[in-house]
Design a protein around this ligand. Structure first.
Ligand code: F1P
Length: 610
């Protein structure tokens, strides 16, 4: 979604801002802009629809300069994709604003500001921020006080950075509902919506908290909490690799990230599980005590992370004997739900900033959940800071909008949670041994599975001109089929639906004909015979099937069925292994179709608005 970068320095900051925007491109956007302020008060603005590179070209042909600056990538919410709607927004050529989030009461603000004589040049909610701050400045307040007064008038979510042409020495920033991180330099300081943007210039960060307003100059950063009181916020040293944004020779980030899975899963397991079991408190300080009391688990997430939660339910109930509910965050937060006794709320999120998941966590606290745990990939993110317990997946920065390595590390984390909860709820010794041994074998098995790429490339050729597809799986492979269908939709724009194969007769069988390819996930498990019956139901109706199967599952390719053998794997890790060929299939189909694999149309990496 929208991205923010800002800087206050002695040098020209334009390259820092553009590099920052490029590093945020992965989040998804449709236009970009920059405003630059020179010491003599010259204010320049350039905006372009399309890619950051188009903005960079405009910047270089205009020789744009500034020692203080703000820049933005916009993902349209209010108003179409036009240059006028791109940020930064100005008020009277004095105040410049970039903003992530949504000002929900913008219509009322717009009306009262228009009555005061302000002219609106865009359809955005953001422009109301610029005029509201300008109104406060006109009343004689400092920029800091103006922003502090202005935010009292906003309902909704914002991460915003504001410059005043009459004071080029500072920017003021405010956070409520949309993340902002301050980067600390030497004699220069920075602001961004995501630390990734600032890694070339600093590794020292302050993560702003809800309601914070901060004033940033070259030499000083002052943070004020939601009551307006000055506060010290912890300075965190980032350990994210500086070059995490490189493609390392791969054609796309997504392909790089698919191939990183053996390594990042190994990293996620490292030091957390040995032959005897789990290390103590891997889910956070005091976790073992909390987990010993848990009688029910409620999992909340969105998108791919939700599919990880759906898979986890099979494991938690089968092995750990703990009842488990799974729900999409945007549903959970707006319905009345019953809280079971001693319930643990588990949120899952790659980014840790997904608006609905965060809102669900906050709601759960009011509803009386015993404790909250987040499984998350971004240290310092809102979900991590606001949960009682946190387990960090170590997937590293995920740039491709379609989540891959974050998903498999989330599943790995859930197998560890199954062990941890199972210890207190009668996990059998056999099951414990089999999960531990399966986890140890997982990185090597993933490597073996990635080697089947060639067969999948061939299959993708046959697939690319289809308009629809059906994914089938049973048991813990049903959510994997859902994740496979989601990947195909996201990056190749082919309509894909997933069904639990037992549901075929209850409707979707009517769709089967030679135009509807059916993808089947078929590990060699106790449901195999049932799955084979479902395959026969499809065959009898002339459907064309692509079966990802264990080589011992005895599927044979013929004119109605293409079988792709997947390495044999033991029960608990099968969902993780079968995810790989489905990721590869969607990637190669998208490649043939020529879509924007890493930044698919209309999608954003981190969904920080509802
Ligand atoms: C949830 C999610 C991702 C998806 C896309 C949009 O994000 O649906 O699964 O790939 O990036 O957001 P998160 O809560 O896991 O960060």
């Amino acid at each position: 979604m929208c991205g923010i970068v800002g800087a206050v320095a002695e040098r020209n900051v334009v390259e820092i801002l553009l590099e920052g925007l490029k590093r945020l491109e992965y989040r998804g956007y449709d236009s970009a802009g920059v405003a630059l302020l020179q010491q003599d008060g010259t204010l320049t603005r350039l905006r372009r629809t399309g890619k950051v590179q188009e903005l960079a070209d405009a910047v270089s042909s205009n020789d744009a300069l500034g020692t203080t600056g703000i820049a933005h990538t916009r993902w349209a919410t209010h108003g179409g994709v036009t240059e006028e709607n791109a940020h930064p927004h100005f008020s009277s050529d004095r105040v410049a604003v970039v903003h992530n989030g949504i000002i929900e009461n913008y219509m009322a603000l717009r009306k009262s500001l228009s009555e005061k004589g302000y002219t609106f040049t865009s359809d955005t909610d953001t422009e109301t921020i610029a005029h509201t701050v300008n109104e406060e400045l006109k009343a004689g307040h400092s920029l800091l006080a103006s922003v502090q007064n202005a935010v009292q008038q906003f309902h909704g979510a914002y991460g915003t950075v504001i410059m005043d042409k009459e004071d080029p020495s500072r920017v003021v920033v405010a956070r409520s509902g949309s993340p902002l991180v301050i980067g600390l330099g030497l004699g220069e300081n920075f602001i961004a919506s995501d630390q990734m943007a600032l890694l070339p210039v600093t590794r020292r960060f302050i993560f702003l908290e809800e309601g914070d307003v901060a004033e940033i100059t070259r030499r000083e950063v002052m943070v004020f909490d939601k009551h307006g009181d000055p506060v010290e916020r912890e300075v965190v040293e980032s350990n994210i690799e500086h070059d995490a944004g490189d493609k390392a020779g791969y054609r796309h980030y997504m392909l790089k990230e698919i191939h990183e899975q053996p390594t990042v899963v190994r990293n996620t397991l490292q030091g957390r599980v040995d032959d005897q079991g789990l290390a103590a408190d891997i889910f956070g300080h005091g976790a073992d005590e909390i987990l010993s009391k848990v009688q029910h688990v409620q999992i909340i997430a969105c998108g791919t992370s939700y599919h990880a939660g759906m898979t986890a339910r099979y494991w938690l109930e089968q092995y750990a004997n703990v009842s488990c509910g799974v729900e999409i965050a945007s549903e959970f937060r707006y319905r009345k739900s019953v809280v079971h006794e001693n319930s643990l709320l588990v949120t899952i999120s790659q980014s840790g900033e997904t608006a609905d998941t965060l809102a669900a966590l906050r709601l759960a606290k009011e509803l009386g959940y015993m404790a909250s745990l987040t499984i998350c990939n971004v240290p310092g993110s809102s979900l991590v800071r606001e949960s009682d317990l946190a387990f960090m997946t170590r997937a590293g920065a995920e740039i491709g909008v379609a989540s891959t390595k974050a998903f498999t590390t989330q599943l790995t984390a859930f197998l560890m949670l199954t062990l941890a909860l199972g210890e207190h709820h009668g996990l059998s010794l056999d099951d414990k041994a089999s999960i531990i041994s399966a986890l140890h074998s997982l990185p090597a098995k993933l490597e073996e599975t990635l080697a089947i790429t060639q067969g999948i490339e061939d299959l993708a050729e046959e697939f690319a001109d289809r308009n629809h597809s059906l994914f089938l799986g049973r048991g813990e492979q049903y959510p994997i089929a859902m994740e496979g269908a989601l990947k195909l939709k996201e990056i190749s724009y082919i309509h894909a639906e997933a069904y639990a194969s037992g549901e075929l007769k209850h409707g979707p069988l009517a769709l089967i004909d030679e135009e509807m390819p059916v993808i089947v996930v078929a590990p060699n498990n106790e449901l195999l015979e049932k799955l084979k019956s479902n395959v026969e139901e499809v065959r009898a109706r002339g459907g064309l099937m692509y079966v990802f199967a264990d080589k011992d599952a005895a599927f044979v390719s013929d004119e109605t069925m293409r079988v792709i053998n997947v390495p044999h794997c033991e029960g608990p890790i099968a969902p993780i292994i079968y995810t790989i060929p489905l990721q590869l299939l969607s990637y190669y189909v998208a490649l043939i179709k020529g879509t924007d694999v890493d930044q698919p149309r209309n999608l954003a990496k981190s969904v920080t608005v509802e």
